[in-house]
Design a protein around this ligand. Structure first.
Ligand SMILES: Cc1cc2nc3c(=O)[nH]c(=O)nc-3n(C[C@H](O)[C@H](O)[C@H](O)COP(=O)(O)OP(=O)(O)OC[C@H]3O[C@@H](n4cnc5c(N)ncnc54)[C@H](O)[C@@H]3O)c2cc1C
Length: 385
């Protein structure tokens, strides 16, 4: 009996191939450059990818999704980001936050919000970060206060993916002061059309410039009980569980970026000549290519292993964090060497190398910085000291 099998199933191979074909066909050089240069959100492309099911892979079939797992989502993610991290992010993060609904939503919430996404091109967002609460999530200051039959939401959220293009956002706020700081946090589902919702797009990002990032101000936004996610006060734990399920996807983004940078580098070092020979003939370059390719393969396997545990319903937090940290570092390293192999041309916007260099960095920052991933890994290994 075989207990370990590294091959993808036929269906997984088909999904990976379809994603690669879509990205190579739709992420044209012109669109990639225009969206990066002008920080333009490619809404038509986002809808196209949505209708083919690429961004609803994990949403159960009963709510109109593809009913597959994080493993398949990682396969698609790698292919999209390999061609364009910016367009890949716009397309695949357009359903960011729906994992919270899948994990903790009531039947009514799933019916309304998952179907909004699968049937009406709805765009979602998840807002935990605030100006004073990034890595330290428990410091969230947004208030969600009960007034009569309603809850009133007040606060400021920053760096929110899809913040100015979303239809609804899962907002983390405080409903009561617990004994510990991370007690008393709760997720509220806030619709963009609500009175008191204001989003301002954040411009001049280093990379992922096709992706929408915004500040959201919530001023006396009123919601009903039906828009509170799960049991009030459990929001911190929900967010940690959410990250266990989403960090392997960031790792897959990083694997895709690293692979895209390596593909570019291989192409360039074979055709660029110095000292009358292709620069690929220099052993230093060969060793670096070998090193990067090996790291990418290691990152890919770690990513798929972490994703596989999530697909069984039992995520392994340390594996999700290991994958995110290691793959992120690999993406940054691969993109850095890609620029280096290009010499001066790598430093010029006409060549895609510099875009991968700019896009790679975010995978070491969002959904928990690499330092936070190492804290999680160490805590899992050492326990609380
Ligand atoms: C493009 C983009 C998209 C984003 N999308 C979203 C989104 O959709 N939703 C959302 O909620 N947030 C989002 N974020 C926010 C992101 O998750 C945070 O920026 C990130 O978690 C870091 O928080 P911070 O920026 O406040 O940095 P800080 O927490 O202030 O960290 C600053 C530095 O200190 C280090 N540090 C902090 N604490 C420790 C510690 N205990 N030990 C060691 N080092 C530490 C960090 O690793 C980092 O290097 C996004 C950010 C960006 C840039």
């Amino acid at each position: 009996m075989i207990f370990l099998d590294f091959r993808l199933s036929e269906e997984q191979e088909d999904i990976k191939k379809a994603a690669r074909e879509f990205a190579e066909r739709e992420f044209t050089k012109e669109l990639v450059e225009e969206c990066d240069r002008e920080e333009k959100y490619p809404l038509d492309l986002v809808k196209k990818a949505r209708r083919l099911g690429f961004s609803t892979i994990k949403i159960p079939e009963e709510y109109g999704g593809m009913g597959l797992t994080l493993v398949e989502e990682c396969l698609v993610t790698e292919e999209f980001y390999r061609v364009s991290p910016g367009l890949g992010n716009a397309c695949l993060s357009s359903t960011f936050g729906t994992e919270l609904l899948i994990l903790f939503g009531s039947e009514e919430q799933k019916e309304r919000y998952l179907r909004w996404v699968t049937e009406k091109d709805g765009i979602s967002a998840m807002a935990s970060t605030e100006p004073e609460a990034g890595s330290d999530v428990a410091n969230v200051k947004t208030k969600i206060v009960k007034e009569g039959d309603e809850w009133v939401v007040n606060g400021v959220k920053t760096f929110i993916t899809n913040g100015s293009v979303c239809d609804f956002v899962l907002v983390l706020g405080r409903t009561f002061e617990g004994k510990k700081r991370h007690e008393g946090l709760t997720f509220a589902i806030v619709e963009r059309k609500s009175r008191g919702f204001k989003a301002t797009k954040i411009r001049n990002k280093l990379g992922l410039r096709a992706s929408d990032t915004a500040e959201i101000v919530l001023k006396d936004v009123r919601i009903g009980d039906e828009n509170i996610l799960g049991e009030p006060g459990k929001g911190f734990y929900m967010l940690m569980e959410f990250f266990n399920h989403t960090r392997p996807r960031v790792a897959a983004q990083a694997v895709g970026i690293a692979q895209g940078a390596l593909d570019l580098a291989i192409n360039y070092v074979k055709q660029r000549k110095q000292f009358d020979q292709p620069i690929a003939s220099f052993q230093h370059i060969q060793f670096k290519i070998a090193e990067i390719a090996t790291r990418i393969q290691a990152a890919r396997l770690l990513t798929l292993q972490a994703a596989w545990y999530c697909s069984t319903g039992n995520p392994r937090p340390e594996l999700s964090s290991m994958a995110k940290w290691f793959a992120g570092e690999t993406a940054v390293m691969a993109a850095d060497w890609c620029v280096q192999f290009h010499g001066g041309y790598g430093y010029i916007g006409e060549y895609p190398a510099e875009r991968y260099y700019r896009d790679a960095k975010i995978t070491e920052i969002y959904e928990g910085t690499k330092e936070i991933q190492k804290l999680i890994i160490a805590r899992q290994i050492l326990g609380r000291i």
